[in-house]
Design a binder for this molecule. Sequence first.
Ligand code: HEM
Length: 268
Amino acid sequence: KRYFGDDISEESRRFRKIIEDSTKYAGAANAADYLPRVLSWFGMGYELEEIGTDTSSVILEWAMSNFLNHPDVLKKARAEFGDEIGQKRLVDETDLHKLPYLQSIISETLRFYPATPMLLPHLSSTDCTIGGYDIPRGIILLVNAWAIHRDPMLWDEAESFKPERFMNKSNNREGDDGGGGDGFNKHMPFGLGRRACPRIGLAQRVVGVTLGCLIQCFDWERVMEDEDIDMSEGKGVTMPKLVLLKAMCKAGPIMNTVLSEFANATYY
Ligand code: HEM
């Protein structure tokens, strides 16, 4: 709210500009220009938090946008909380394994709108062969996860938002999320292998709990009831929405419990 709300202070304006410029220029289309810079930038040392916060917030925004365009998905996600969590207490990390539909929504959002669509640039340290192509040492390789995630040869109804495809992985080949089985990993929002995202677990917990709380605490509606949320993609190393999401929300009963707990808490 402080940096992206309507009240535009000088500090928030500068903060927005830095985020906007860094994602825009790091993902610029001219590879020859930007790759060496990105790599040397990483070589100088980079903060884990810088990589993690943007990807996590971007994916939350895409997930919320999908909810607003697919109210049936939102309804099903809310129903999954059941009586145990429901409106009684806030969802926490230990609940996530009991919420497979919520996790499928996150997997499907990461398939359709991968937060890092080209992963990060990789450099071949030795001569190697990838998919039948000879790759000499010292070549910069980009993996187009975005295209793999939308390939109609790999996914049924690749252009539809269908969290159900990630349910019942064991008896549904389509739902293979990269765990092997058929030997081909087609879902790779965190990359694969040795240089895959080292904080997958943290990211899944942060996104899962935050999304869970947003569903639990508020009723969500589109600002223009009859107009779909614009799902156009902006440019950047992490894939932002072209049009920032605006939505309406109404607090649910659980907010009374949450707020009174805060009011009664003692802080040291
Ligand atoms: C939804 C959230 C996230 C997504 C989708 C994501 C995705 C990715 C991807 C695609 C890569 C590159 C993998 C490759 O090129 O093969 C990566 C690398 C990395 N991620 Fe994440 N990430 C997320 C959250 C985080 C968080 C929360 C942190 C840290 C707190 C983090 C830290 C890193 C680091 C340090 C690397 C570089 C690893 C290396 O070069 O060996 N990420 N991430």
